[in-house]
Design a protein around this ligand. Structure first.
Ligand code: HAM
Length: 440
């Protein structure tokens, strides 16, 4: 049973996106959607929960996400397979791709998404248990230019959000199905020689997935990693050329990058290119703004036809925190057009029909129907930031008119309701121009 204190707190690792935060969300969604649509991506939404084995098979049973961070839902029926809240978007989209026969669509199939993900990790700055990702996936192309396109789209999204001047792109290749096996073997035999020096977590990673040791943050593991074998030196010829072409493509675009030989990412499905964007000032892995890579085996692994793929996802909360840190100017939410003021019962009824007509005509309105005095309602109009107040008293209610008050200049005029739409449009335009002039 939750005690009273718990009832008054959002669950650990979650937060409320309050009204004053919404401008950031609106800004990010708008820029993200526009970029994806311009790159001719189509929107996809998959369920917030999926069968657990979708993730265990793709992300990897020994990954932190699967072994420690999955949110299991209580079973409702006998023999029902385990359901979990999705920890990421890619696996569900691959499932949907196969389930809906998207392999028959013209290639490349390009999909984008925006939604909540859930990971039961230890909450800390920039790490939540419920967080939002924006992301996209490209199916059906193995050409290195497709990787470049994915990085270009990711970069362009961050550029639209005015974040590119402080970020770096890190890139690496994890090799294909074949050379990744050799790489794992090479790493295993190297780390086996020094296993007593590894941190306890890497000690068990050695048996499960030696690649993960590469991005351990512990000093003692890092020194071993630095003097150990480098993945790039063990890539097969095809994978080397693939990486080379991706880097040339980035050079062509003028997108600078750091080749990070120990970038492996926390999900097992990657092959060849992996990449991450992080803020130059941030050191830790939690600070990655977004990351992605190629996963050429996943569709086939799920029983679909062999389909190369590449994708990316970024954490929306981390983007918002950077927007705040760098004081990126977020366009103001549309101002309130009209505040409706009523004095007397007849006027109150009029306000409701007027509200209906004004919103039908595209104006925004607010009112305080619980208040009766002109003075207190004018004060509310001011507090809500209305451009215009429309006052309806006994007389106006009877002769279908309103008193139109410009809240900035306090000038007033009586207007017949059937003439109101045009006059309002003109007055609001004038007010908008005046405020733009003031801001320039
Ligand atoms: P990921 O690196 O696990 O990749 O997550 C992508 C981004 O989600 C991270 O860079 C970070 O910004 C954000 N993120 C992850 N965990 C948290 C958390 N606990 N709290 C807040 N933000 C978080 C993926 O999820 C892959 N599906 C990306 C991908 C798409 N690869 C190919 N296609």
């Amino acid at each position: 049973m939750a005690d009273n204190n718990q009832l008054l707190q959002a669950p650990r690792g979650t937060y409320d996106a309050l009204p004053e935060e919404q401008k950031y969300w609106r800004f990010i969604k708008k820029k993200f959607n526009k970029r994806c649509e311009n790159f001719n991506f189509s929107r996809i939404d998959t369920p917030f929960f999926e069968y657990a084995n979708l993730f265990t098979r793709s992300i990897g049973e020994t990954s932190d996400i699967v072994s420690k961070e999955m949110f299991y839902l209580a079973k409702r029926g006998e023999g029902e397979p385990d359901l979990v809240l999705r920890p990421e978007g890619t696996a569900g989209i691959v499932r949907a791709y196969i389930e809906h026969g998207m392999q028959n669509l013209p290639k490349p199939v390009k999909l984008y998404y925006f939604g909540p993900m859930f990971r039961y990790s230890r909450p800390q700055s920039g790490r939540f248990r419920q967080f939002f990702q924006l992301g996209f996936e490209i199916f059906g192309e193995d050409d290195p230019c497709s990787d470049v396109l994915a990085i270009l789209l990711s970069f362009s999204i961050l550029k639209d959000l005015k974040l590119t001047s402080n970020i770096i792109l890190e890139i690496n290749s994890l090799g294909c199905k074949i050379c990744q096996k050799d790489i794992r073997k090479t790493l295993t035999s190297y780390f086996n020689q020094y296993k007593e020096y590894l941190c306890p977590e890497c000690f068990s990673r050695l048996a499960e997935n030696p690649l993960r040791i590469l991005d351990c943050k512990q000093q003692r593991c890092q020194s071993l990693v630095k003097s150990g074998p480098q993945i790039v030196d063990h890539l097969c010829q095809d994978c080397k050329e693939h990486l080379q072409k991706v880097l040339e493509g980035l050079d062509e675009l003028g997108i600078t990058y750091d080749l990070n030989p120990s970038l492996v990412r926390g999900l097992d499905y990657y092959t060849r290119t992996v990449f991450e964007f992080r803020d130059k000032a941030d050191e830790t892995r939690q600070s990655s703004l977004g990351g992605g890579g190629r996963y050429d085996n996943l569709v086939e692994q799920y029983g679909g036809p062999a389909t190369p793929a590449v994708g990316f996802a970024a954490g929306v909360e981390r983007i918002i925190s950077k927007l705040k840190e760098y004081q990126v100017k977020i366009p103001q939410v549309k101002k309130l057009d009209v505040f409706l003021i009523q004095i007397g019962d007849k006027a109150k009824k009029k306000v409701i029909t007027l509200a209906r007509d004004l919103t039908d005509q595209g104006f925004s309105f607010n009112c305080c129907l619980g208040k009766d005095s002109l003075k207190s309602q004018l004060r509310s109009a001011d507090k809500f930031g209305a451009t215009i107040a429309l006052i309806i008293g006994q007389r106006e209610a009877l002769d279908d008119s309103v008193i139109l008050r410009n809240m900035l200049t306090s000038s007033q005029q009586t207007v017949k309701i059937n003439k109101l739409e045009n006059i309002l449009k003109k007055q609001l335009l004038k007010a908008k121009q005046a405020s733009e002039q003031k801001n320039n």
